[in-house]
Design a protein around this ligand. Structure first.
Ligand SMILES: [Zn+2]
Length: 461
């Protein structure tokens, strides 16, 4: 493994490594990821790395090549096998290892795949990932011969999740793993909980035959919504392809988005720790930030991206953080990484301990009208520049703006967000208002700003 290697430039991304298997991502790339990660680890004095994989058809091949790269450079590997990404994080935080690499394409189409990396209990992202590219290109890898140990941690992972379940009232729950890598853990977990549990798509199948495992798309939640209504469940819980994002349905069959069920999760934390800092990403509803403050917590708006949120959370010692996309991070009682199965345990505990249903909680939430996250194409060279232009114009006009990530503009009508995606050539927008008329005004305001920068607004504007 002494030969230099060049990655397709599109695969070394902000938060992880990801490509299309057989097109931009090959077994050679996996080997080079292993070897260059080994170089970084060895330089810092680390010797042992956990490796896990999701259920995609290409994952065993990429896993084998990745492990070849690691062991060929003297790193010992703990192979934990098939499971969700949070199980790999669990290994990285609790086992005798210095870091971990998860082979996963997350919530992306079946032919996509990639790697999520952790070193010394910290996300390995941004400049670190770019550094892997430079090391691979230099071909300067350490030489050695690492050992492989197989360790099945599924039972201890599920045991750890179940340990934090507190519930008086038995619940009826529908679960949908979307045939993703959380399926087996979900089945074992549900079997340990009181109440009645109905499992959907719990068999791990990388072709995703039932529906795509991405709970942020309403069409992927249809089967779960129907099951909740049909079986009169208290709620439904869905996981994405690698179990680091959660989707939630209330007893009336309505989807609760990340920034809505975060209100329920935040209430429990703030009751225990008044004044606690709770982090949500810049796409989240103003309602969430206002509710956190009203309940006596400190809301903190932060950049979108699971690696960025995790880092900020550790810095601020925040007990809870969440993204609208469904990444939920608990440091209260847990390790501070995004684990959708753990978030499910905490949500179920809250509901099983109280008398109010999730649907009633939803009905009590302040009413606002908002768009979902809107993504629309913009060239790589224009996406950051155009957001900057909009921000400068608004600043000159004296608008009330947040510059945490892109530009988020607040007015009496509500707010709108415009940011450039770090991972795709798209602009991301979201608009929220107190009523339909105000929403229309804000959309027109955003469209006018885009037009001034020569960008076509998203459809429906
Ligand atoms: Zn995921």
């Amino acid at each position: 493994m002494a030969t230099p290697h060049t990655f397709d430039p599109t695969i070394l991304r902000e938060y992880d490594i990801r490509g299309i298997f057989g097109q931009t991502l090959h077994e050679d790339d996996a080997r080079a990821v292993g070897a260059s990660f080994a170089a970084v680890a060895a330089e810092a004095g680390y010797r042992r790395i956990a490796v896990g994989r999701d259920g995609r058809l290409s994952s065993p091949k990429l896993e084998a090549a990745l492990i070849e790269g690691l062991t060929g450079c003297g790193i010992d590997v703990m192979r934990i096998g098939l499971g969700p990404t949070p199980m790999l994080y669990f290994a990285a935080y609790t086992q005798n290892v210095d870091g971990g690499i998860m082979v996963t394409g997350s919530h992306n189409p079946p032919d996509h795949n990639g790697f999520k990396l952790v070193l010394n209990k910290k996300s390995f992202f941004g400049a670190d990932i770019q550094r892997l590219g430079r090391i691979a290109a230099s071909g300067k890898f350490p030489v050695g011969s690492g050992k492989i140990e197989d360790k099945n941690i599924l039972e201890s992972y599920v045991q750890r999740l179940a340990q934090d379940y507190r519930g008086k009232r038995p619940l009826q729950v529908a679960w949908d793993a979307g045939n993703g890598a959380a399926g087996e853990a979900m089945k074992l977990l549900a079997a340990r909980l009181p109440g009645r549990h109905m499992l959907l798509n719990e068999v791990i199948d990388g072709r995703f035959p039932a529906h795509h495992p991405d709970p942020t798309e309403p069409k992927n939640m249809k089967q779960l919504q129907d099951a909740v209504l049909e079986r009169k469940c208290d709620l439904g819980i869905a996981f994405d392809g690698d179990g680091d994002r959660i989707g939630v349905v209330d007893g009336k069959g309505r989807i609760l988005w990340g920034d809505q069920f975060m209100i329920v999760l935040a209430r429990e934390i703030i009751a225990k720790q008044p004044g606690a800092t709770i982090i949500a990403d810049v796409k989240a509803s103003q309602t969430l930030f206002d509710e956190i403050a009203r309940m006596g917590g400190k809301p903190l708006m932060w950049k979108t991206g699971h690696s960025l949120v995790k880092s900020k959370m550790a810095e601020m010692k925040a007990p809870l953080a969440g993204e609208m996309s469904g990444h939920i991070f608990y440091a209260d009682g847990y390790y501070g990484y995004d684990d959708a199965l753990y978030a499910a345990i905490r949500l179920l505990s809250i509901l099983a301990n109280g008398t109010e249903s999730l649907a009633d909680m939803r009905d009590r939430m302040p009413n606002v009208v908002n768009t979902p996250e809107l993504r629309f194409p913009c060239s790589a060279d224009r996406k950051f520049k155009s957001v900057e232009e909009v921000r400068e114009r608004l600043k000159r006009a004296g608008a009330d703006i947040s510059e945490v990530d892109g530009v988020r503009v607040k007015s009496a009508d509500g707010w709108w967000l415009l940011r450039a995606s770090n991972t795709q050539d798209v602009l991301v927008a979201r608009v929220e208002a107190k009523d339909e008329a105000a929403l229309k005004n804000l959309k027109a305001e955003l469209a006018a700003q885009l037009q001034q920068s020569g960008i076509a607004p998203p459809p429906g504007f």
